[in-house]
Design a binder for this molecule. Structure first.
Ligand SMILES: [Zn+2]
Ligand SMILES: [Zn+2]
Length: 367
């Protein structure tokens, strides 16, 4: 028997009535500046290098984690490796933006690998084996399931708000437009993650009146010209536009209209096909990427992410070349590494992970 999303919701008794964008309380969009956290804790957003697909891993300031999409099935192992490498064994929040295989293909395997707090998915069924596998895994692991829809809040406190600003309807002719669009606000900084939402959904978001200005916009549908309408991108007017796409993909993503629009609006584009995994951090005041707050690679030139500036003559991490662990210098485990296994590095944590290292679970080094 085919499992449908709605029957699963009923099974898990979490179905909430669909609300849509009309008449939504504006407070739920998380758009207003929130309190800047006094504790200086960091939010880290990693746009993973997962070929032609999306997968975004978010480390929240309180240590909780969130995963948005899991690309194709053959990327699952790399996604799991990345998350484990940063010292996590739990995904507190998971969002499957919409049921296309380049977003949920690896999700079932990823869910199996971690403790999972809850999952959010739009009410958009899809008749594929991949989607059915995902629903089966959600059911089997009894993961609490929520309907993703505009106006709903995934989590909210004084400094942090994660809300959905789309889908605004449950009827779409194109599954991409059913994408859950996430607004992630931390202090004064904001990220908007659009899944594959296209111009139609962007229009509905604009019409709903939510505030949109953000520091970072994950451009819709891998930089396709069917997304990133001028009015929407202008309303967001981000400093950085992130495009998640595969090198030499057969769709020609990102399309030249998207690249031209970004250039015209002065938005710096960061592309996973050119840069690999893109890691950004926010302390609630500013978003940082690489060694400065403006990485200067607009137009998607092959600028390589340089690692953060180090103290003069200093180094960032202590490595155990035998156990392949990355430690902060003041970590107790770092101090006990024998001389022959000890190395010092200025590389970014993500680069070291790509080289086979894993982050220490105690001192939790992050970029
Ligand atoms: Zn899609
Ligand atoms: Zn896609």
């Amino acid at each position: 028997m085919k499992r449908k999303l709605l029957s699963l919701f009923l099974l898990l008794a979490l179905l909430l009535p669909f609300t849509g964008c009309d008449g939504l309380p504006v407070a739920s969009d998380g758009g207003a500046d929130l309190a800047v956290p006094a504790d200086g804790k960091t939010l880290t957003v990693s746009f993973l290098d997962v070929g032609q697909g999306d997968s975004i891993f978010i480390e929240l300031p309180d240590g909780d984690t969130m995963l948005v999409d899991a690309s194709e099935a053959d990327q699952a192992e790399g996604i799991i490796h990345y998350i484990e490498g940063r010292g996590h064994d739990t995904l507190d929040y998971v969002v499957a933006t919409h049921p296309h295989a380049d977003h949920i293909g690896g999700m079932a395997e990823v869910l199996q690998a971690f403790e999972v707090g809850e999952i959010w998915m739009p009410d958009a069924d899809c008749d594929t084996k991949t989607y059915e596998n995902l629903l089966e895994t959600v059911e089997e692991k009894a993961i609490p399931l929520h309907v993703a829809a505009a106006g709903k809040t995934i989590l909210s406190d004084e400094s942090l708000n994660i809300s959905l600003i789309a889908p605004c309807s449950d009827e779409y002719s194109d599954l991409n437009d059913a994408s859950a669009v996430i607004s992630l606000t931390y202090g004064k900084t904001r990220f908007i993650l659009t899944g594959d939402a296209e111009a139609h959904s962007e229009e509905q978001i604009l019409a709903s009146g939510v505030s949109l200005s953000a520091d970072v916009l994950k451009l819709g549908h891998h930089g396709s010209n069917t997304s990133s309408s001028e009015a929407f991108v202008k309303a967001v007017s981000p400093k950085w536009g992130v495009i998640s796409c595969g090198e030499g993909n057969s769709y020609g993503h990102p399309h030249k209209e998207t690249l031209e629009l970004a250039e015209e609006l002065g938005i710096e584009l960061l592309r996973t096909d050119l840069l690999g995994t893109i890691v950004m951090t926010s302390d609630g005041e500013t978003v940082k990427y690489g060694d400065t707050e403006s990485s200067g690679n607009a137009g998607g030139e092959t600028a390589v992410t340089t690692t953060a500036a180090t103290e003069a003559g200093g180094y960032r991490w202590v490595l155990n070349t035998s156990s392949k662990k990355i430690h902060r210098e003041d970590c107790a485990s770092a101090k006990s590494i024998s001389a022959e296994n000890r190395a010092e590095s200025n590389q970014s944590v993500s680069r070291l992970i790509a080289e086979g290292y894993t982050a220490c679970g105690t001192c939790k080094p992050t970029d």
